[in-house]
Design a binder for this molecule. Sequence first.
Ligand code: N1C
Length: 253
Amino acid sequence: CKLCGASCFTLIVRVLCQCILLCFLCLVMSPCFPFCCYSLVYDCQRLWGAFEQAYVNKDPCNIPVQAYDPLIAAAPFKPQCNKMMFWSKTKVVVHGFTEKRKDCFVTLEDTVLGYALNGLTWCGKKGSNGTFTTACPRNCENNPVDSFWIRASAAYADVACGDVTAMLSGSTTTPFDPTSTFAKVEVTRFKAPKVRSLNVVMVIQKNAKSNCKNASLQKLKKALHTGITYSCKDVSRIQECGSKPQIACKTCW
Ligand code: N1C
């Protein structure tokens, strides 16, 4: 109750109301099921307020990364040592995989904020209290969507601990792309000794353009704080571990 900033009584009433309503909705629309669980743990109205204050009634090209600080503070990421998965240019593969092996790895999209906002577009307008989902600019630097992902990625990387995994793409010529969020925001936030190792899983598909020997990975190694061990493995059968739940997480690759 203290955490939610409400008295036990109002909290219970709110949770019960949300639960009955949402569970009913969730039964009807089964893809929403995770929201049902989240509503039991998070105060959705407070989260929505913290989300809106970042962009509502503001110029959609002037939303700094820090605008999302209150939202991150309202739903902080929990460290999940040895299970945290990062990625770059492998969005579909990584989520296709983690979907099946939630017992082994979690991504930012498996957290309440990442899950709720993944794939969405939103923005506000000066002089309006509305939230818009169309005609939102993405070509200016400080747009609401990019600023959110940068802020959320930083917060998620800040809590990284133990052995961390990153899925990179062998289908690009520069798997460690210096302009990516993974390179610019996440890698430099991994701290030793909290983070013990960074283990790259290089996804090798048909007509691969690079592998663990790629020169860009030397830059990744260098960017890591001293004390963090680096490893890289070329993996061509990524689906195998996902489709066989009996394979132990440690022996996925
Ligand atoms: O720029 P990227 O990848 O290197 O960013 C990926 C990296 C991951 O490790 C995540 O933790 O940063 C985090 N992240 C997301 O979780 C995420 N979900 C959706 C970053 N971006 C995310 N998106 C959207 O994909 C967002 O719109 C951003 O611009 C792209 C980045 O994808 P990328 O270039 O493949």
